[in-house]
Design a protein around this ligand. Structure first.
Ligand code: FMN
Length: 303
């Protein structure tokens, strides 16, 4: 298969390569600056930022499974004001190319957050998180409805005119391709697939669920096939770049996403135990080229 170039263009942005840190595990990015050469990656997606600070969910937040990790963080973050004033510049100073993840519980908060984001000239690439399974309102509830998803994406494209908008999709739906099409139709420049897969776990001894909210988000190797299936379907349903995420724990896993139709990849859970992986993937792509898409009529679909 003929390889694609390593550089990546999405909207008005050119990224130095096609490997990103996924939203969440790396926090605001700076937490990993001592372990990962951030300047060797295409970008760092920050943990999701909300209009106001959030304390996150009560009780246990992480639980390892045989082949993955369940989390119930609940979008803990410092809020837009502190993020745009302090965290964003710190990430850029550490060499990371920021991609700011945005999330909201309701429409009014969402519009306020977009206004705050548009006022920050230093932020020019946004990933709209319409897929979090760990909050009562917003998140996955919005991202599961084509009409609502389109409305939220359209608002981001309008308010953040001239900036690059990526919509992040949930796999916890019956037709992820339809949601992808709705986001593309609303003007998203790219799509990220997938966020975590909803799951539950019971404490040893079966006395109670592990998590207070019972349900949590599964990530890591267990979800790789789910993510590949989603990317395969989405890449054949839309003409905008797809960024594959979910269960990448080796260079070969990343190559599978490109072959399935992704234009870039994100690494999340694996950085907890293998922080060198994103850089190794970037180095392998630079050396071997980016794998072409299986079954693609041409390799011209860039992104
Ligand atoms: C601890 C943790 C926190 C996460 N926080 C966020 C978040 O704030 N926003 C978001 O869009 N995704 C979040 N995610 C989901 C990841 O970005 C990613 O979509 C998912 O974990 C699948 O990739 P992985 O298997 O490589 O981790 C989080 C995942 C984990 C494990």
């Amino acid at each position: 298969m003929k390889g694609r170039g390593v550089k990546l263009s999405i909207g008005s942005t050119v990224f130095r390569n096609r490997v990103f840190l996924a939203s969440g595990p790396a926090g605001y990015g700076t937490e990993y600056a001592d372990f990962i050469r951030l300047d060797r990656l295409g970008g760092v997606v920050t943990k999701t930022i909300t209009l106001r600070p959030r304390a996150g969910n009560l009780g246990r937040r992480l639980w390892e499974t045989n082949a993955g990790l369940l989390n119930s963080i609940g979008l803990e973050n410092v809020g837009a004001k502190a993020f745009f004033a302090e965290k964003l510049s710190a990430l850029a100073a550490a060499g990371g190319r920021p991609v700011v993840s945005l999330g909201a519980e309701d429409w009014d908060d969402y519009c306020g957050l977009l206004d705050a984001a548009s006022a920050c000239t230093a932020a020019d690439v946004f990933e709209i998180n319409l897929s979090c399974p760990n909050v009562e309102r917003g998140g996955m509830a919005v991202g599961s409805d084509c009409g609502l998803l389109g409305k939220y994406v359209r608002r981001a494209v309008e308010t953040l005119e001239g900036k690059t908008i990526i919509a992040k999709l949930t796999p916890n739906v019956s037709d992820v391709a339809a949601l992808a099409a709705a986001a593309a139709e609303a003007g998203a420049h790219a799509l990220t697939a997938i966020n975590t897969v909803v799951g539950a776990e019971l404490c040893p001894g079966l006395r109670a669920p592990v998590f207070r909210r019972v349900r949590a988000g599964l990530s890591g190797p267990a979800i790789l096939p789910v993510a590949l299936d989603a990317v395969w379907k989405i890449a054949r349903a839309v003409d905008i770049p797809v960024i594959g995420a979910g269960g990448i724990s080796s260079v070969e896993d990343a190559e599978k996403f490109f072959a399935a139709g992704a234009s870039a990849v994100q690494v999340g859970t694996a950085i907890f135990y293998d922080p060198g992986l994103p850089e190794r993937i970037a180095a392998a792509l630079a050396k071997k080229g980016v794998p072409g898409v299986i079954g693609a009529k041409s390799q011209s679909r860039e992104g």
